[in-house]
Design a protein around this ligand. Structure first.
Ligand code: C2E
Ligand code: MG
Ligand code: MG
Length: 596
């Protein structure tokens, strides 16, 4: 599209128009014509680049003066310069009338070409300067609007940000006060988003956030609002919520849309979301209180299994502050040397020899006291701390094993629990740690067994097979911990290089009284042996359980019946007092030291 200025020539006589047009040949403008007052008005009103009108005075129907008056009345044309070009005799009255209706000049025909050209060029220059100025102003307004938008919106999803949310929330609270209705604030936090970002990359992470933003937006009404609160957190404001059923059904919809898979290139993942809800005014009178209570309810949903929702209640205050306090202290636990290790013997069932120990992590914080691994390990996983904690456990446990290798005449296996998250570490620290430990030559690879969970093998992870194979190729054994609790698919037992299954304590607990458990344990042992896998039964607490398992030819047992987890020095004593595996001690020592 042309951006040249336009000159409109109005004359009822075609020859006059052509003569003027010819005179203006050299100017850098687009020339258009009109043969009447009406045509002038309609062309002038639609042309956004009109820089000048050359207007005849004497025309049938509407004369030039009337046309000029009407042009001055319209916003769009009131400042367009008009030069009257008339063939009438020189007459000061008409000339004055021309100026009074808004003309910038009044010329008589025949027009001196040079004078006309120079006048026209002045007005064209003025027009150009004006449009540059207007353009500049537009750019500034755009930039200001953009800055304004950026200050109130999230750059990735374009959703309102926290600041805008607070403004919306304040307004919504005022409206609630005025009309005495309720509003619900939903706090959403995606489950396991950090892991996705770490393993599949930030592009995938961004795609997940964008898709979720679109899905949530499609669930809410015009009067509701959605904001991105931070990282993987969204907030939804639902106005006019008057019963819990509609709130619950909305939260269920959110869970469903979140769960639909996200695709990017060759990867596909399904996510969960934890949702906390709080009502205004019931659950908080101020903006901060309402947000904080919805956040607490969200934490509660996370704690109680994730991918679910909770509505705020006063009792939540304690649990959430406890969780936050655990997070705060856990971040420094390693540096402050608050962790210790205990070892629980694993015995071979026919001869009751101690063949292995499982290392279990303990955490004692001076302020919050002892916290069990079942509580803090999932939190460390969510925080990403588990990689460094896991690395510390592995090094420390292997150092302990090296000590026993050197000072006791036994061949023990060290079973180390490894979190699923450790296999998602882009730096593959676990593999590096194992290689480093083995290269020190103080323990033999056959003495190390890593306990992993079924969940790891079920969830897709691009290089899991490669990581597991590399570990097994180094000579390390892999065991499936808590077997039977997770999933029904067993195909992974053939797919991955597993050597041992640990039957979960929940199946062992009620044998031999519970018939179903007896059948299950029997089946697990038979299947494992069929696949050439060894079986360890966890949580053996009494003689009857032991007898039942021994009759099934279960290979190994672990539990309070034999020993609770012991600190290293107590385990030294335990080993002195119980039969311990000496098989291959000489071989191991020879391999490690290069001499008998
Ligand atoms: P797990 O690997 O299945 O460990 C066995 C748990 O059962 C241990 O609890 C142990 O003390 C307990 N236990 C053993 N025998 C008996 C018994 O006869 N009766 C009863 N009632 N309990 C028994 P603990 O130490 O509390 O560990 C709980 C879980 O925490 C572990 O389950 C493991 O999943 C995780 N965990 C512990 N240490 C680590 C670690 O260093 N790294 C990782 N990633 N996870 C760990
Ligand atoms: Mg274990
Ligand atoms: Mg277990």
């Amino acid at each position: 599209m042309s951006d040249k200025p336009i000159i409109l020539i109005t004359d009822d006589i075609k020859a006059n128009r052509l003569a003027l047009k010819k005179l203006l040949r050299s100017v850098d403008a687009e020339i258009i014509e009109a043969e009447s007052g009406n045509e002038t008005l309609s062309k002038a009103l639609v042309s956004s680049r009109l820089a000048l009108i050359l207007l005849d005075v004497q025309m049938p129907e509407m004369d030039g003066f009337e046309v000029a008056e009407l042009l001055r009345e319209e916003d769009r044309t009131q400042f367009v310069p008009i030069i009257f070009v008339t063939g009438m005799d020189r007459n000061d009255i008409y000339r004055q009338k021309g100026y009074s209706v808004g003309a910038v000049d009044y010329l008589y025909k025949p027009v001196d070409p040079d004078i006309l050209l120079s006048k026209v060029n002045v007005f064209l220059d003025l027009w150009r300067m004006r449009s540059e100025l207007e353009h500049e102003i537009e750019l500034r307004i755009d930039a200001e609007m953009q800055i304004q938008h950026m200050a109130y919106h999230d750059a990735l999803t374009c959703l309102p940000n926290r600041r805008k949310l607070y403004e919306n929330l304040t307004e919504a609270m005022h409206r609630c006060d005025r009309y005495e209705n309720k509003l619900a604030l939903l706090f959403l936090d995606l489950d396991g988003f950090k892991r996705i970002n770490d393993t599949l990359g930030h592009n995938f992470g961004d795609e997940v956030l964008l898709q979720m933003a679109g899905r949530y937006q499609s669930l809410i009404r015009n009067t509701d609002s959605l904001a991105r609160f931070g990282g993987d957190e969204f907030v939804i404001l639902l106005t006019d919520i008057n019963n819990t059923e509609s709130l619950v059904s909305k939260m269920q919809e959110i869970l469903e849309v979140t769960h639909a898979p996200v695709d990017l290139e060759n990867n596909q993942v399904s996510l969960g979301v934890s949702i906390g809800a709080a009502y205004y005014p019931d659950h908080g009178n101020s903006l901060e209180e309402l947000v904080s209570h919805a956040d607490k309810a969200m934490y509660q949903a996370k704690n109680e299994g994730k991918n679910t929702f909770r509505i705020y209640s006063v009792e939540m205050d304690d649990t959430v502050s406890e969780q936050l306090s655990i997070e705060k202290h856990l971040a420094n636990a390693l540096i402050n040397e608050e962790f210790s290790l205990v070892y629980q013997p694993i015995v071979s069932l026919p001869d009751k020899q101690v063949v292995a120990v499982e290392v279990l992590l303990r955490w004692n914080n001076p302020e919050i006291g002892f916290v069990g691994p079942d509580v803090f390990i999932p939190i460390a996983e969510e925080m990403g701390e588990i990689n460094s904690i896991g690395s510390w456990v592995l090094h420390k446990a292997c150092k302990q094993l090296a000590y026993w290798n050197k000072h006791l005449n036994v061949n023990l296996r060290m079973c180390v629990n490894v979190s699923t998250v450790q296999f998602n570490d882009p730096e593959q620290r676990l593999l590096r740690d194992v290689k480093e430990i083995l290269s020190q030559g103080e323990i033999h690879a056959s003495q190390l067994e890593l306990e992993i969970t079924e969940g790891l093998l079920i969830r897709q992870n691009n290089n899991l097979s490669s990581q597991l194979n590399q570990l097994v190729n180094l000579g390390v054994a892999l065991a499936i911990d808590d077997f039977g609790t997770g999933y029904s698919s067993l195909s992974y037992l053939k797919k991955y290089p597993i050597s041992t299954l640990k039957i979960d304590r929940s199946f062992v607990m009620d044998i031999p009284n519970d018939e179903e458990d007896c059948v299950l344990v029997k089946a697990i042992v038979a299947m494992s042996h069929g696949l050439g896998l060894k079986v360890i039964a966890e949580g053996i607490e009494d003689e009857k359980q032991l007898t039942f398992l021994s009759l099934l030819n279960c290979n190994f047992g672990q539990g309070y019946y034999f020993s609770k987890p012991l600190c290293a020095t107590d385990l030294d004593v335990f080993i002195q007092q119980h039969p311990v595996c000496h098989n291959d001690v000489v071989e191991v020592k020879k391999l490690l030291t290069g001499s008998v």
